[in-house]
Write a protein of this length. Structure first.
Length: 400
């Protein structure tokens, strides 16, 4: 069975074609800088070099059509009916979608009602679904939500200190994000350590342009740094993370900014970019900080401090810690950030082997041998995780 996994974002698209249940990646890649003259298509097949070329002005429609053409050209499909299902990774399911879901017109209408919860993420995802309906008629489509994994978070951890009617009427509560990533790395950590995920207390740090920290006890998410939307939690590339909500009415009163203008600041002008005044890319900030840029250094310090604070809080929530996992672009690739986050955490049993941290190798354990907490670097694989979930759903449905 072949599953095509798509992740349609605001300016990019990622994809993988997997053969299940073998979990064999047949092709993977993406399109960067969609809707611009610099749009670029890339793909890689097993045992071959990555190939890329420009497709100026690419949209979701032209990009997905291009992908289908490549699949035919490379002999992976003869027609779209060779694809058993298209699997979309979506950011937010609210309280309507608590598990992987077969996509229907009713489901899409319900998704559109959730746009306010993830205005940057959901509209392009729905556009990707619509494009697939046109280009691959008759091929079932499924949605797996980043919020699904966090449905096990208890009410006392997800309810805000706001009028309860707001939760009942508008669904205002903590939902959490990066669920597919947190689930994948927690299960992978257990596999590497040779034990069951149900035996472990894990803190997973997905650090990238979007960031979240998850407390995972016995394989179940029990708390998460992000909340109602992907804007909350730790600071991120351009998102502010947690701050006093009274900031907004105060600034709006003083500047006459509209809701739309303030929303733009929250989505695109906060976080690492807002503090540094330079960039939202951690690589740029690390380089600038090494050259004495004070605000770049401050942005890094704020980021690491906030991640560290969540680790301490979640260790308390779970009454201990067995495994600390770093994943995501920053978590996987920045030894400096990992070291700074783990600094002075000996009281929790968190220690780093400096050499292993600088050059993580398989199986990705960067703590000293015998350390109380296994600190690990695990490359996330969200496409494989969503494929596993949908394959299990299809297999179960076929038995009835």
């Amino acid at each position: 069975m072949q599953l095509l996994c798509l992740n349609c974002g605001g300016s990019s698209m990622k994809y993988q074609l997997l053969r299940m249940p073998e979990e064999e990646v047949l092709i993977k890649g993406g399109i960067d800088r969609l809707f611009t003259p610099r749009a670029e298509f890339k793909f890689k097949m097993p045992g071959k070099e990555e190939r890329r070329w420009p497709i100026p002005g690419a949209t979701f429609a032209s990009g997905i059509q291009y992908l289908v053409d490549i699949l035919r050209q490379e002999g992976l499909i003869s027609n779209t009916q060779d694809i058993a299902a298209v699997v979309h990774k979506l950011a937010h399911g609210g309280e309507k979608f608590k598990e992987p879901t077969l996509i229907s017109e009713e489901m899409i209408a319900n998704l559109e009602e959730l746009y306010l919860l993830a205005p940057v993420h959901l509209p392009p995802a729905v556009e990707g679904i619509r494009v697939c309906q046109r280009l691959m008629p008759g091929v079932p489509q499924y949605a797996v939500f980043e919020t699904n994994f966090h449905q096990t978070v208890p009410p006392y951890a997800y309810i805000y200190g706001l009028p309860y009617e707001w939760y009942e009427q508008y669904g205002i509560r903590k939902y959490g994000f990066h669920g597919t990533s947190h689930r994948y790395v927690s299960e992978e950590a257990a596999r590497i350590l040779g034990c069951k995920v149900s035996e472990l207390k894990i803190i997973s740090c997905h650090l990238g342009s979007g960031t979240s920290v998850a407390a995972i006890k016995q394989g179940r998410s029990v708390d998460i740094s992000s909340g109602l939307t992907p804007q909350s939690g730790t600071i991120m590339s351009t998102r502010p993370g947690d701050f006093d909500p009274w900031v907004l009415p105060m600034v709006m009163a003083r500047t006459n900014m509209t809701v739309e203008e303030v929303s733009e600041v929250l989505v695109r002008q906060g976080g690492l970019l807002g503090i540094s005044g330079l960039s939202g890319d951690m690589r740029d900030l690390e380089e600038a900080a090494s050259q004495g840029h004070a605000r770049a250094r401050l942005a890094i310090e704020v980021f690491c401090y906030q991640v560290k604070k969540y680790i301490g809080a979640f260790a308390a929530v779970m009454n201990g810690l067995d495994v600390l996992v770093f994943t995501g672009g920053i978590g996987e690739k920045s030894p400096r950030i990992r070291a700074k986050v783990c600094e002075d955490m000996d009281f929790l049993g968190i220690r780093l082997d400096q050499q292993k941290n600088e050059n993580p190798t398989s199986p990705g354990i960067i703590s000293p041998e015998g350390a109380p907490v296994a600190v690990m670097v695990i490359a996330t694989n969200e496409e494989l995780m969503v494929a596993r979930q949908v394959f299990a759903l299809i297999k179960t449905a076929a038995q009835f």
